[in-house]
Ligand binder design. Sequence first.
Ligand code: MRU
Length: 375
Amino acid sequence: MPIHFNDDIESQDMNIDGTPTRTLRTQPERGVIDIIDQTRLPHALHWVRVATLDEAAHAIRAMQVRGAPLIGVTAAYGLAIALASDSSDARLQHAAALLRSTRPTAVNLHWALARMENALSTVPTDERRAAAWAEAAAIAEEDVAQNAAIGRHGLGLFRQIARHQGTALNIMTHCNAGWLATVDWGTALSPVYAAYDAGLPVHVWVSETRPRNQGLLTAWELAQHGVPHTLIADNAAGILLRQGKVDAVIVGADRIAANGDVANKVGTYLKALACADNNIPFYVAAPRSTLDFACFDGAAIPIEERDGDEFRRVHGLDSRGVPSALSQLPDKEAVANPAFDVTPARLVTAIITERGVCPASREGLLGLYPEAKHG
Ligand code: MRU
């Protein structure tokens, strides 16, 4: 299905080498999905088959798939895969619990699994497998449509900023909240793609995002689409913001609390602080599945602490072009590796969702989602 960004722009799926591609390929009749192994990007594009519940849980935990919306969609398909030979209540609960335990911060995972369990609990067991594949597909299609809508709303904001200047729009982002982090289009990068496709001159500052270097994924997918961009070390963001080289920062989110506090990849908070100090808009783009109205504020958001080896080892290509890992620290060196941080709502200029743009506040979010007032 073509996605319409605005009246004059029409786009297909995002491209790899000019071929429209999504991050997941599904084969319900065979009970499997294929995913892009993001641990091997940007050095190699490698598809991996996920055919069991354990493989689905591993893919999420090991970050072969990553990014809040894609984690949720993969978990939904993981549940469908898990019901292949046993679709009993016990199997459903076991599979949901295992998938839920893979990563704590992105609420999309919990949202997708709750939606799957809700949809399936009243379905007779002999019809559950087909129903699970259908529900997972619905979640995936909604992700694509919602991200396209985020692109349209974000484009409106970018146009307003662009009107005030004659040069290319300079956008900064952190981590990867692009096509690779979702089924298609991305969240924070969807407005960037919409701007580029609409002919707005745009350039993206991409922060490396140590220690997992998701910025390299962002650079890779921007390059596939032809969007001009420049990679920077995370610590360079402050000087660029201070030098007036950035018109706006836009990031995704792993969980947005009811009061508008935003959990996103570690390092996001520092960018928001620097934006506030330099009067630069700081936008957060996320779909409904990232909003957690049950979470009072950011202090209640669980922050994932990942293995210190992610920090101790650096990955890349060796002098022969072969993927390799090097230790930059002795194994016994103490390291801390919090994967996310929380940006207080007061530092967020606005939240962009599929329903529109709102202030980062309880009132702002409920203005877009009035139905959430009643639980
Ligand atoms: O640890 P990751 O790579 O899964 O973290 C991803 C992020 O923090 C993204 O910014 C967030 O999930 C938004 S993705 C559209």
